[in-house]
Design a protein around this ligand. Sequence first.
Ligand SMILES: [Zn+2]
Ligand SMILES: [Zn+2]
Length: 197
Amino acid sequence: MLFAHDTEVSLAATAALVNTGRGTEGLPDEAALDRFVTEWRWTGERTRDRAELDAVRRLRPRLARLWELSEDDAATLVNALLREAGALPQLVKHDGWDYHLHATSADAPLADRMAVDAGMAFTDVIRTGQLDRLRRCAADDCDNVHVDLSKNRSRRFCGTACANRINVAAYRTRQAARPTAARPTAGPPTAGRTPSG
Ligand SMILES: [Zn+2]
Ligand SMILES: [Zn+2]
């Protein structure tokens, strides 16, 4: 593992939050935010109103800039995120999680907690010189971002949906380019069966 588990979860959650704001709106209403919060196991106080949703949506383009900025500018942004929300790191245990850092209280606004959680995770990324692990999905038709946490820095896609789609398309292209007499020697990398056509 590159980073502590909670840091890796936070990085994935930050990418997921950024991606809700790219392409189709992923947080169209309060119910969608509820699902996101449940999926990423956010705990703490919620107001479940429009203001909470708007604050989370406003946070996304700021976090998205982390994927574009130089190291110095990313550090400045991380410091701003932490400072604006009054971050104060504390070790906590809760809900079955072992000790990890919380830098805001459980009753801070959700968007502030998300900002600080991302900010804390990115302090690890920046101080270990690994900002180059922030990537855009390699699929032409996908605008999503991800954090490549693989050992050999080999992750190219935002998720399995894009990886499968592109790998199967590449396989079909290779098959189409072969002489008709050639037999496929292996199935597509992820589909696990030989296409009939
Ligand atoms: Zn926690
Ligand atoms: Zn993608």
